[in-house]
Design a protein around this ligand. Structure first.
Ligand code: Q9C
Ligand code: ZN
Length: 334
């Protein structure tokens, strides 16, 4: 299986994050990518396909903000990474916002995801890796893997958060649509619900979004991913949420994934994007499921049995020492 990664993806390295009310070391470290690369025997550098496939998913003003914010933050005299602290919550009217702090809150949905001067280069590289894997599959490969870091599934068309800036799964799915696949499915098996992916395709009938994740009643991102969220308008029925409780082991996870796979088959998708997170692993430091390393090969075999051309993008997974083995196990099942 071809694998893609750009060295630029290592450059985003915030010092700390706001976690449960205190500053802790940033969990989504560059070392995650290094551990995965070592375990899978390296990766190819993606071709640069430019901003157009990113603009097909994200708003132009948001992309400009991501590129400009770190310099604006520095110009405001701030020594550290850029973090938001004020948010224009539901009901606030659109305003012309100038101060960097106002913009940070406008484009962020949480305070866990600092921006640095290197963030854009890393996120852009991550998106190019997702596009390279997608195009390898469009060109005839059965599967391909994008080592996306930073991850993507919490990022919406015009917002960042949850360690995510550009929604790599959405960019991959849209690229498959634009290449002629009329029905594309995204299977999201990260521990957390992919709120950004869900929002991007919420009103669309051409991209099916199915997610197996920790119940948002107990887990981040809290405000999305409940079982009664099924899409709206033309997209009604094209979103499927399968929340699971703390302590979930392989059998229950696999059964939920089987429901998602069955729905994807009934949707008659012709192209599949998998948002893969290894934060469902039993030892993950920020999560509470109990999957084991060999379980990932089993989940992958179940996905492969759909028989769809499949682009896999990396999402979360924060147990650095186990991350390489977990990703290698998953890829071995295809
Ligand atoms: N106390 C991904 O896995 N922090 N993002 C949660 C819980 C954010 C995870 C804080 C977790 C985001 C791609
Ligand atoms: Zn996650």
């Amino acid at each position: 299986m071809r694998r893609f990664f750009s060295p630029d993806q290592l450059r985003h390295a915030p010092a700390q994050e706001l976690h449960n009310g205190a500053f802790t070391a940033y969990a989504e470290k560059p070392a995650r990518a290094a551990m995965i690369l070592a375990a899978i025997g390296g990766a190819e550098e993606p071709e640069d396909r430019g901003e157009a496939p990113i603009r097909a998913v994200h708003d132009a003003d948001y992309l400009q903000f991501l590129q400009d914010a770190p310099a604006a933050w520095a110009a405001a005299g701030r020594p550290g990474d850029a973090l938001p602290y004020a948010f224009p919550i539901v009901g606030r009217r659109p305003l012309r916002l100038d101060r960097i702090d106002a913009l940070m809150g406008r484009y962020a949905f949480d305070a866990t995801t600092p921006l640095t001067p290197k963030t854009w280069a890393s996120a852009y590289g991550s998106a190019q890796s997702a596009l390279a894997a997608t195009h390898a599959v469009l060109a005839g490969d059965r599967t391909a893997f994008a080592l996306c870091r930073p991850p993507g599934h919490h990022a919406g068309a015009d917002y960042f958060g949850g360690y995510c800036h550009l929604n790599v799964a959405a960019i991959a799915a849209q690229a498959a649509r634009d290449a002629g696949h009329e029905r594309v499915a995204i299977l999201d098996i990260d521990y957390h619900h992919g709120n950004g992916t869900q929002d991007i395709f919420w009103q669309r009938s051409d991209v099916f979004y199915a997610s197996v994740h920790a119940d948002p009643a107990t887990d981040y991102p809290f405000y999305w991913g409940h079982a009664d969220e099924i899409g709206e308008g033309a997209g009604e029925g094209a979103t499927l949420n399968l929340p699971l409780p703390h302590g979930t082991k392989a059998d229950a996870f696999r059964a939920a994934q089987a429901i998602a796979l069955d729905a994807i088959a009934r949707f008659r998708a012709t192209f599949l994007v998998v948002s893969y997170g290894a934060d469902t692993w039993e030892g993950d430091p920020i999560s509470k499921f109990a999957l084991t390393t060999p379980d990932y090969a089993v989940l992958a075999r179940d996905i492969a049995s759909l028989g769809l051309p499949t682009a896999i993008v990396m999402e979360g997974g924060y147990a650095i020492d186990a991350l390489g083995a977990n990703v290698a196990s998953f890829l071995s099942g295809f």
